[in-house]
Each structure stands twice: as structure tokens, then as C-alpha cells.
Design a protein around this ligand. Structure first.
Ligand SMILES: [Mg+2]
Length: 303
């Protein structure tokens, strides 16, 4: 683990570096508060810090304050080194954002014990952040396809409606439904059906741009939200339709010709009327039904 040692005393730095190396840390040295701040505000900054209180430029508590003002998921653990023993000073240091302090002159084994506490806290903090990320992903994504789930894609729709109105952009909303999906399930079984859903999702992702929104809306229904160029509102959905019908889906022994039908509606920038997007989806649903009735494997734009 990387450890920043910030102390203006050369003797102290050399001594701390020697023991920290012995304990297995990769050390980075700073000779004053400004250098320490420079290191801590850089990308890939060390997360464990021994920070002297009294330093020219910026003192330890000021470095702490600046570091704590950075918004990050992995804040560093800061151990303040101080010859100040007054309660008031200690409170100042901790309130500035130090995690702990140790009084000079300190005993090496106590310093190591406190550094170990820091290391443990950092490990816990990373694990927690990772768990939070996983939970958040699970709450917003569909397990089978890995796409956004219905709730998440509806949230995106709300946001995109507001954004497109502000930027005067055309919002294209496409509701897509795999044709005769029930037959696939009935004929080949649900496992094959699941593989088809996964591949449909992948093929769709491949033709969409990274900033387009794609989610699984329901069983075999998908919702796509994108900002289209004028006159090109339907083109991205035609690309999706082609990507699905282009070549057969090979699942195990089976080779399946899959097609998809799509209803598209455009956000009309008519402010509140579109609200949470349910009206737009209803409009897309009407033309999706029309596409199905017209023989499927087609894209229809709502009038
Ligand atoms: Mg000093």
C-alpha cells in the first residue's frame, strides 16, 4: 500500500521512511504542506497519509480540510503527527478531517498499530464502496440481459425528456418487441428463449451509441431512448431491426430467424404534457401494435 509521509523535518522524514519501508509500505515523501496537497490532489493519490501538523506553506489541518473538500468514493486515511497535546488542538485537527493523531515523540510500535488501523479502515471502505456499487447495479439492471431494468430505463426517460426540452433536441422513443417470441419459448423451451433475449440485447447494444439508452421494458419488450438528428428519427431503429433480422440466431442446435417490430414516437418538446414519459410510451405502443398487425419486422413512426 502506498503511504504518503509529509513532514518538513528531514530527520523525521528519513526516519519515518525507513520504518515504513520495513513495514512494507511504498513511501512517497513530501517536504511541506503544498507538496503534500499536490500529491493528495493528484490522480491515483496514496490513501494512507502520515501528515505533520507544523509545516511551512500549508499546515497539516489545512491540508486535511482541502483533502476533505474533494468529492471521492475513496478518501484517504490521514494520521496527523503532532507535538500538540492540548485537547483543543486535537479537536481542531480531527475537525479539520484527520482520522487520527499521534503525539510526537511517538513510539514506533504505536505508530505501526495506528497505521494498521488506517489500513484496515481503508480496506473496509473499499469493500463497502464495492458492495454499494454491486447493489446499485443489481437494483437498476436486468439480470438476464444486463440491460437497464424497467425502473431504470423509465428514470432515464424522465431525465431525457427534461434534457431534450432544455436543449431543444428531438427525443426518439422506440418500443421494440421480438416477433412471435411465445412460439420460440413454446417450440424450443425457455432456455433457448433466454439466449435469444440475451443476443437481441447484444445486437441492439452493438448498433446503438454509448450515450443512447436501452432497457428491458418487459418480457420480450425493449425501450430505446435517443436524441435523433432531424429527418433521421427512425434510422437508428431501422438499424436495430436490420441487426436482428440480418443473420439467424444460432442457439445450440437451432438456427432461428428472429425479427423485431418497433413503434417510434417523438418527444414534441411540449413541456409538462410529456411529464414522466408514460404518454410517449403509450403512443409508441399504439404504433408498435400497428407494426405487428401490418406483418411485423418493421418500424412505424407515430403521426
Ligand atoms: Mg513540522
Amino acid at each position: 500500500m502506498k503511504l504518503l509521509i509529509a513532514d518538513d523535518s528531514l530527520t523525521q522524514r528519513v526516519m519515518l521512511q525507513a520504518i515504513a519501508k520495513k513495514w512494507g509500505f511504498d513511501t512517497i515523501l513530501a517536504e511541506d504542506g503544498l507538496q503534500a496537497w499536490k500529491v493528495l490532489s493528484s490522480a491515483d493519490a496514496p490513501r494512507l497519509v502520515l501528515l505533520d501538523w507544523e509545516m511551512p506553506g500549508l499546515d497539516g489541518p489545512e491540508v486535511c480540510r482541502r483533502v476533505r473538500a474533494i468529492e471521492t468514493e475513496d478518501p484517504p486515511y490521514i494520521l496527523l503527527l503532532t507535538s500538540r497535546n492540548e485537547t483543543e488542538d486535537i479537536v481542531t485537527g480531527l475537525e479539520a478531517g484527520a482520522n487520527d493523531y499521534i503525539s510526537k515523540p511517538f513510539n514506533n510500535s504505536e505508530l505501526l498499530a495506528r497505521a494498521k488501523v488506517g489500513k484496515r479502515m481503508l480496506t473496509l471502505q473499499s469493500e463497502l464502496a464495492k458492495a454499494k456499487k454491486t447493489l446499485n447495479f443489481q437494483a437498476t439492471h436486468d439480470v438476464l440481459t444486463g440491460l437497464m431494468n424497467r425502473r431504470a430505463i423509465m428514470d432515464s426517460l424522465k431525465k431525457e425528456i427534461t434534457r431534450s426540452q432544455r436543449n431543444k433536441q428531438i427525443l426518439s422513443i422506440g418500443l421494440l418487441d421480438i416477433d412471435h417470441f411465445k412460439q420460440i419459448n413454446d417450440t424450443y423451451g425457455h432456455l433457448v428463449g433466454d439466449e435469444v433475449l440475451k443476443e437481441v440485447a447484444q445486437r441492439m447494444e452493438r448498433v446503438l451509441r454509448p450515450y443512447d439508452h436501452l432497457g428491458r421494458y418487459g418480457g420480450e419488450e425493449f425501450l430505446v431512448i435517443l436524441n435523433a438528428d432531424r429527418g433521421q428519427e427512425v434510422a437508428p431503429f431501422e438499424r436495430i431491426r436490420n441487426a436482428i433480422s440480418d443473420k439467424p440466431f444460432v442457439v445450440g442446435e437451432a438456427s432461428l430467424d428472429i425479427t423485431i417490430s418497433c413503434g417510434v414516437t417523438l418527444g414534441k418538446s411540449t413541456t409538462e404534457e410529456e411529464g414522466d414519459g408514460t404518454k410517449l410510451i403509450a403512443a409508441a405502443d399504439v404504433v408498435l401494435y400497428e407494426a405487428k398487425a401490418n406483418g411485423r419486422n418493421q418500424v412505424i413512426l407515430a403521426k
